[in-house]
Design a protein around this ligand. Sequence first.
Ligand code: SF4
Length: 352
Amino acid sequence: MLQPDTFKDDILNWFKINQREMPWRETTNPYYIWISEVMLQQTQVKTVIDYYHRFTERFPTIEDLSMAEQDEVLKYWEGLGYYSRARNFHTAIQEVAESYHGKVPDNPEVFEKLKGVGPYTKAAVMSIAFDLPLPTVDGNVFRVWSRLNNDFSDTAKQSTRKAFENELMPYVETEAGQFNQAMMELGALICTPKSPLCLLCPVQSHCEAFQEGTVEKLPVKIKKVKKKTVHQDCFIIQNEKGEYLIEQRQAKLLNGMWEFPMYEQEESEQKLNALLDENIEVPDKPIFQLKHQFTHLTWNIKVYEIKEEISSDHFTLNSQFRWLKLSERNQFNFPASMHKILDYLEKENNKD
Ligand code: SF4
């Protein structure tokens, strides 16, 4: 169980002795601390150190950086990647030079309005440079805090960030900068993503995940899967008896279900011609369009009616195909999108 009164002492005592040497830890200059925090986003400490030295030697003050050309600033960033960080930082520094007499604002609400300053940068710079009581919640802190509390909340959610910030608030009322850095350092050195060094951990006695044996399962981060859209052409093909050509799906998705012949748009004409062994052009306009939603996928289906009549002998030998009488639709297993087409055809036929 996490014991609030001794937890903070334990982690701070460990940090004081075990923290790594970093040049930005030897300064209280908010401008330098800000540079390091911007550089450290998405980049490892050992890569950042050289860049930090070169950058602060060339642009030792806010005034120096604010007066530099953007091209030169980007030159000093070359190799660090994510150049929008450098551009935004340069713009923010110019604003500090112009509007705040060249001094990094020590008011979080003012600071966060500067270009490129998100919740993490705000909390890091404000707490480390000015000791303001704001907790930093980065990937390391998400991991450490989830494990300490055996908390299975999804760390990809904004609501979890908010909840963690609230829970961490009491710990940053004093020594905010030290506490935040201690949490991040613990995540980097001991409570690592894989094979954390629990047996050497200074806060093991507070750690619920260690006690419950759930360390490897935390933190929880559920990736949002972006839905893919596939454009399909679906063909209504009739024979001389007024029956419709249907095909049994061989693909993994909806395997074994029946559909009107359907192909991805880019190859549909070629496949249709191969199927019918004739040179048929896909009509200019579909008769209608529909969507079929899967968990990770959407089909946008254009439904075309092929006017040419196809001989019923054409497919008798291939078990993958059938000629369907509309009255027999219930004997086949169709997905919802195909039922919409069948409903349409029934309606059209009833008009005749
Ligand atoms: Fe992380 Fe293990 Fe320490 Fe818990 S005991 S905080 S899981 S290193």
